[in-house]
Design a protein around this ligand. Structure first.
Ligand code: GLY
Length: 405
């Protein structure tokens, strides 16, 4: 399978978050020699993310193509988890618990009714429940809950455990984890041939996959006409813990839109309760703010009043890698030798299995599988799209206000 000198990896993956690691692991399973550069493999947005696998409850207008990829990755999750747990010897906290999206007032209810109609038009399974039925499922919900959507197919995984398992699976598959930054892409002739590393070394490779999350657009040396239109979208997230006598506090993921802000509570089997998330366009700022924590607790408390009794054990902010159309960039760029696996925005954890599969196939065969073709980076490469992409933060805010359901 390998085509280069024994000292040169076939593939260099820049970025060792869950997307870079799954790409490396799957490529190594295909017989390729793979190296990953990252000072802390397994870090990044997965250390903050709640891990909802919410293809149905996070459906948005205008994202039907993305829905297909999200559903396909959700379908692959059980087998992916079984294989990863076997390969790493570690559990990843996959929980097929379902999700309940609820409404607290008439506006929220109208909003949820619209989401329900969109789900039905899209052929998705969800069931409308009265407030009483919601509380029967989740007795800790506020008495004022006006109704909700039961989505039994939207599950969860623990992203921190997922990342840790991927590190071990990569090591066991022979992936060379270089614990340093890649500072600059090396381009020779018209081809990407490796990267200059922060430790002073240089690593050549047959192909390079840029999987740097929200930092993907910042790698030096990428030619200006190979646009990597990814920007950071900050999310503040809280972690609480449910003491044993209270367990189970919630039995499934519970979410709502409270006065226009999304809030979700993700209960783990070990008692962790993750509350997220803000969505802020503030560049690479990861400050946890009093306002962010206040809003999350205020909204979560309206939904589940008993939450204020729980110990608050962690507050943290992460950066989603947002793309101009909220969908990932997967596969070959116009620079030979350079592929992208980035821009997963709200769906990085959900899209981990399918991303690993399609990138590995692309690296081996030179062809991007059909399911990923709509997500090729080439969709942003016309001059008109590049101009639009540079105004994207403004456009996106407008679009979210118009389309978010
Ligand atoms: N998918 C959850 C979030 O982005 O906050």
């Amino acid at each position: 399978m390998s085509s280069h000198s024994p000292h040169i990896p076939d593939v260099l993956v820049v970025g060792g978050g869950i997307i870079g690691l799954v790409t490396a692991w799957r490529a190594a399973q295909q017989g390729l020699r793979v190296a990953v550069t990252d000072p802390a493999p397994g870090g990044g947005a997965a250390q903050v993310a709640a891990g909802m696998l919410a293809a149905v409850t996070e459906l948005h207008y205008g994202e039907h193509t993305l829905l297909g990829l999200n559903l396909e990755s959700a379908r692959r999750y059980p087998a992916f988890v079984a294989e990863l747990e076997e390969a790493s010897g570690q559990q990843v906290g996959y929980r097929s618990c379902g999700t309940l999206a609820v409404a607290l007032d008439a506006d929220d209810r109208a909003h949820l009714r619209e989401l329900h109609a969109l789900q039905r038009r899209s052929g998705l399974e969800s069931e409308w429940l009265s407030g009483r039925e919601c509380r029967r499922l989740e007795p800790m919900l506020a008495p004022g809950v006006r109704g909700g959507l039961r989505v039994d197919g939207d599950h969860q995984v623990d992203p921190r455990r997922l990342a840790a398992a991927l590190v071990v699976a990569c090591e066991r598959a022979g992936v060379d984890l270089r614990r340093t930054w890649a500072e600059r892409l090396v381009v020779e002739g018209d081809r990407a041939t490796g990267a200059v590393l922060a430790d002073g070394g240089e690593l050549s490779a047959g192909q390079v996959v840029l999987a740097g999350g929200s930092l993907s657009g910042r790698l030096e040396g990428v030619p200006a006409d190979v646009l990597v239109p990814v920007r950071p979208v900050k999310g503040q997230v809280l972690r609480l813990t449910v003491p044993r006598p209270y367990a189970p506090f919630l039995s499934r993921t519970v979410r709502a839109v409270v006065r226009g802000s999304h809030v979700y509570l993700v209960p783990r089997e070990d008692g962790e309760l993750v509350v997220g998330a803000t969505s802020e366009e503030l560049g690479w700022d990861t400050t946890v703010t009093a306002g962010g924590v206040y809003e999350l607790l205020r909204d979560a408390h309206e939904l589940v009043p008993g939450i204020t009794e729980l110990p608050l054990v962690e507050t943290r902010a992460g950066l989603r890698p947002g793309s101009p159309d909220n969908a990932p960039l997967l596969g070959f760029t116009e620079l030979p030798g350079l592929l992208l696996a980035t821009g997963h925005y709200r769906n990085g954890v959900l899209l981990t299995p399918v991303t690993g599969d399609v990138l590995a196939e692309a690296l081996v065969s030179g062809e991007l599988p059909e399911i990923a073709r709509a997500f090729s980076p080439g969709r942003f490469s016309s001059p008109m799209v590049q101009r639009v992409a540079s105004y994207e933060p403004v456009l996106r805010e407008t679009r979210l206000q118009e389309q978010s359901v």
